[in-house]
Design a protein around this ligand. Structure first.
Ligand SMILES: Nc1ncnc2c1ncn2[C@@H]1O[C@H](COP(=O)(O)OP(=O)(O)OP(=O)(O)O)[C@@H](O)[C@H]1O
Ligand SMILES: [Mg+2]
Length: 240
């Protein structure tokens, strides 16, 4: 469970990038975070994960404050950032072992998880190559594998489908479904409205740092009294 409480953030004085955000993502839920470019999705995710400090407010991950108990809070989630270009000098296997070390995963368990995840995403054979030799999609896959190694209860994913081929994208969506079905939490941002429509229990729409809608798609259609597609609704909700 992820609770965002009264979070505000300015990068530049006097201009609020996030303006008093309140949001609760429940156990057993897939929550899609939508909004135009520059709306504040990645900034929100960076604050949830403790990469950035909020100016005001706090975030609780399974009840642990990212401000007061950052280490405890961080043990409760796996995170996939929007840009997978990191640790490029490491071999895939070195990166995954590094992640397993950070999360103190036993030798036996990590072997099993690394094999399971990298075979699923079809990068098992590439693990002995440096990440800088990987394609964009392969980098995305190794970061996803690293984030899921520790079997975190909360998944926090910033545009996770970007660059994935259709099969991997399908597999990831199935994994998200299974994860939520087992009572755990998935929070992800996306621009793919079709994915949001098919996958999410609820969505949140952020525009210029403010949440302009939170609820199910049915509620969105009801609220805006539109029979249009999600795309038309999205454009209406976020227009000037
Ligand atoms: N490090 C930074 N310094 C100054 N401004 C920033 C910084 N990072 C982001 N911003 C600004 O904050 C706003 C929100 O950016 P953010 O990256 O959160 O948007 P986003 O919703 O993730 O967009 P996208 O859909 O393009 O990924 C934008 O106006 C952006 O220019
Ligand atoms: Mg972003």
């Amino acid at each position: 469970m992820i609770e965002i409480k009264n979070v505000s953030k300015s990068y530049v004085k006097g201009k609020k990038t996030l303006d008093n955000l309140n949001l609760e993502i429940k156990n057993g839920e897939i929550f899609g975070f939508l909004g135009p470019n520059g709306a504040g999705k990645t900034t929100t995710i960076k604050i949830i994960t403790g990469i950035l400090d909020a100016d005001e407010g706090d975030v609780l991950i399974d009840g642990k404050s990212i401000t007061d108990s950052p280490l405890e809070a961080k043990k409760n989630f796996g995170f996939v950032p929007d840009n997978p270009d990191m640790f490029l000098k490491l071999k895939g296997i070195e990166y995954l072992n590094f992640m397993a070390d950070v999360y103190e995963i036993s030798t036996e368990k990590r072997k099993e998880k690394i094999e399971e995840l990298t075979k699923k995403f079809e990068i098992y054979k590439d693990l002995n190559n440096q990440i800088q030799s990987y394609s964009h999609g392969m980098r995305q896959k190794i970061v996803i594998c690293g984030a899921l190694l520790s079997e975190p209860k909360n998944w926090i994913l910033d545009e996770p489908m970007t660059g994935l081929d259709p099969k991997s994208s399908y597999d990831l969506k199935e994994m998200m479904r299974e994860h939520a079905k087992s009572g755990k939490t998935v929070f992800f941002s996306t621009h793919i409205l079709e994915v949001a429509e098919k996958l999410c229990d609820r969505v949140g729409i952020i525009n210029k740092g403010k949440l302009v809608f939170v609820g199910t798609l049915e509620e969105m259609k009801e609220k805006f009294k539109e029979n249009g597609s999600l795309e038309e609704l999205f454009l209406e909700i976020t227009e000037e």
